[in-house]
Design a protein around this ligand. Structure first.
Ligand SMILES: [Zn+2]
Length: 159
């Protein structure tokens, strides 16, 4: 079965940056299961996997425009430290509550009672070098299509 819209796809992947440094990998762990065509993975990788089949190996260089976007200087904020947990220092990750739920942000500087945090996605502005092995392709269930993600086997478990 080929990868396309409404397919539940199981892959093993390794992600490296421009210098060849490994950023993320499913090797040695559970494979990633995602619903194709629903934005579960970055657009550039979805494009590269379109039409592929189990056993295929795919390499793709995904630009920021088709990955996690460009870094945006407007995504730096000065926030009061008292609203953060623990001892806040430059270089540490903090969890912030937003209208869209909790997000991780990097503290770039601390000035008195305020900390400067970078709200850009950690992979924003980077070209992403993926090596992917397609493990399994199946039809998504009606419930998965309704939810826009895969259930079980590495998918979401929120029911
Ligand atoms: Zn669901």
């Amino acid at each position: 079965m080929q990868i396309g819209a409404k397919k539940a796809v199981t892959i093993h992947y390794t992600l490296k940056d421009d210098k060849g440094e490994e950023l993320d990998s499913s090797d040695g762990g559970d494979p990633l299961v995602y619903l194709h065509g629903e934005g579960n993975i970055v657009p550039g990788l979805e494009k590269a996997l379109e039409g592929k089949q189990p056993g295929d190996e795919v390499t793709a260089a995904v630009t920021p425009a088709e990955g996690y976007g460009e870094r945006d200087e407007k995504n730096f904020r000065n926030l009061p430290i008292r609203k953060m947990q623990g001892k806040v220092q430059a270089g540490m990750q903090v969890r912030l509550q937003t209208d869209q739920g909790p997000i991780a942000a990097l503290v770039t500087a601390v000035n008195g009672d305020y900390a400067t945090v970078d709200l850009n996605h950690p992979l924003a502005g980077m070209t992403l070098h993926f090596t992917v092995k397609v493990v399994e392709v199946r039809d998504a269930t009606a419930e998965e299509l309704e939810h826009g993600h895969v259930h079980g086997g590495g998918g979401h478990h929120h029911h």
